[in-house]
Design a protein around this ligand. Structure first.
Ligand code: SF4
Ligand code: FE
Length: 491
């Protein structure tokens, strides 16, 4: 079975030759760097679950392409049940890591490119789909992490790609040869790039016209291809992994990862090119990927939400306020919000449909509603957790002070909560709450909930387009007896 173990995954990453920078320095071994490693651990969880009998049904899936069970993160959805299992899997990993575990962008990219290459071939008689299937088999057989890359820097947002003063502000083809293409540009906010084996690039917006053809490009390259440069993004409290005790990190084992990825004239052989100049399909690719990823948030953010709810219930106990009715009510509110997000993730999966390529797409209206909820509800869940915790989670002295002789003893005396609760456990939980709502984990839970898979306005545009308002107008007119009436009899 082509399922890598965690150890095999880590060693396969160590063998790669990434060009990575962090705080002005080149990082030779990103996998074992104390700041970067927690984000690698989060991806590693996707490998661990595939070998765990408790989670195998969710974490693996039968692939007709290689006639084997593969990691679900490399799977092409064959049914609505696959879509549903994906959401359940993401919730589970969110619960186990408390962070963005990054591998879903590749799964969503693979499914979107699978559907769109088929459409392009149907129109132009090209060979993209078969090429992509060959690539997919390689990914599945080797259980690779594929990083789906979409967001370009965009420069002046009021200008089209070809109108920018610097034409590279949207990733583009700068040269075509018999062997392949050369691409230049960058991808921003790139989730899980430095811990991936492959990068699958897609355009960032709908495109049109001859002058935008160079931007209509989709391809995959090994993540350590010559010319790719990574700059690891900062996260609040990231240096605690370097300088402080693990107890001060809140969630010391896990983190998300975002990087700037620069493509400095990177060569891509033709067999790895899945779109090249077919401008009218760029919009579909963006929309399909966005729909899948908006569904994804109905799983991953809910799993992290479960951790916040658990932290709220625990800290209420540790503080001795768990019996207060307003605390109980706030926890109910958190659950209600969290399950509302999950309901959307489940609904858009169950109402999914078969694409012309044969894989399954989510109900796109409901996926957009799901993500629109995600731009708001996690903020309210985090606010309620901060309310329940009390102010100590942002004013807590360091673990080193707690362990420092005289001052440590004094702190232990005054940091006491409910009788029977260990002071150090209360401190650790406060740190987790800080991390989840303000620290490294909060990057994935809050601003990523806002902007990941498209900022709120992007969903509102899609909701407007998909909701069929004309049909709704007719329902109202009919009942009010306005305009021509169809002769309908109930009996
Ligand atoms: Fe996966 Fe969620 Fe992170 Fe997107 S935000 S990569 S869906 S964990
Ligand atoms: Fe994301």
């Amino acid at each position: 079975m082509p399922l890598k173990t965690v150890k095999e995954y880590l060693n396969s990453l160590r063998a790669m030759k990434f060009e990575v920078y962090f705080r002005g320095e080149r990082i030779e071994n990103p996998v074992d760097h104390p700041v970067i490693r927690p984000s690698v651990n989060a991806v590693a969880m996707t490998y661990a679950l595939a070998h765990n009998s408790k989670y195998k049904d969710l974490a693996t899936a039968y692939s007709p392409f290689v006639d084997k069970y593969v990691n679900r993160f490399t799977h092409i959805h064959q049914s609505t049940d696959d879509l549903l299992k994906k959401v359940e899997l993401l919730r589970t990993i969110g619960q186990l890591t408390g962070v963005c575990f990054q591998r879903c962008v590749g799964m969503d990219g693979l499914n979107a490119v699978y559907a769109v290459t088929y459409e392009i071939d149907e129109k132009y008689g090209t060979q993209y789909h078969q090429r992509f299937i060959n690539y997919l088999k390689y990914v599945q057989e080797n259980d690779l992490v594929v990083d789906g890359a979409m967001t370009d820097p965009k420069g002046d947002r009021g200008l089209r790609p070809s109108e920018q003063e610097d034409k590279d502000l949207y990733l583009r083809v700068v040269k075509e040869t018999e062997e392949g293409i050369v691409v230049r540009g960058a991808k921003f906010h790139q989730t899980g790039a430095i811990n991936s084996h492959e990068i699958l690039v897609m355009p960032t917006i709908s495109l049109k016209g001859e002058e935008e053809k160079p931007y209509a490009v989709s391809f995959a390259v090994p993540s350590d291809s010559p010319g790719i440069v990574y700059v690891y993004g900062r996260q609040p409290s990231d240096l605690r992994s370097l300088y402080d005790a693990p107890e001060d990190c809140g969630n010391p084992k896990f983190a998300g990862q975002e990087a700037v990825v620069i493509f400095n004239d990177v060569f891509v052989p033709w067999e790895r090119v899945f779109m090249c100049g077919e401008v009218e399909f760029a919009g579909n690719l963006v929309e399909y990927f966005a729909s899948y990823h908006r569904q994804s948030y109905g799983g991953c953010k809910v799993g992290v939400g479960d951790v916040l709810i658990g932290a709220a219930a625990n800290i209420a106990e540790f503080n001795g306020v768990d019996k207060a009715s307003h605390i109980k009510d706030k926890i109910v509110e958190m659950i209600h919000l969290n399950e509302t997000i999950f309901s959307c993730g489940v609904a858009c999966s169950c109402l999914g449909y078969k694409t012309s390529a044969g894989n399954y797409m989510v109900d796109r209206l409901l996926a957009n509603v799901c993500k629109q909820n995600v731009t708001r509800m996690p903020y309210e869940i985090a606010r309620l957790l901060q309310d329940i915790a009390g102010g100590l989670f942002v004013t807590m002295p360091s673990w080193k002070d707690l362990e420092n002789g005289k001052v440590g003893e004094l702190l232990q005396k005054y940091l006491v909560g409910k009788k029977g609760v260990k002071v150090k456990d209360r401190v650790k939980l406060m740190r987790l709450i800080e991390n989840l709502t303000l620290g490294r984990s909060a990057v994935g839970y809050l601003p990523e909930s806002m902007h990941g898979a498209g900022s709120p306005q992007a969903q509102r545009i899609m909701i407007t387009r998909l909701a069929d308002i004309e049909k709704k107008k007719k329902f109202a007119l009919r009942l009010a007896g306005i305009g021509e009436q169809e002769n309908e009899r109930l009996e």
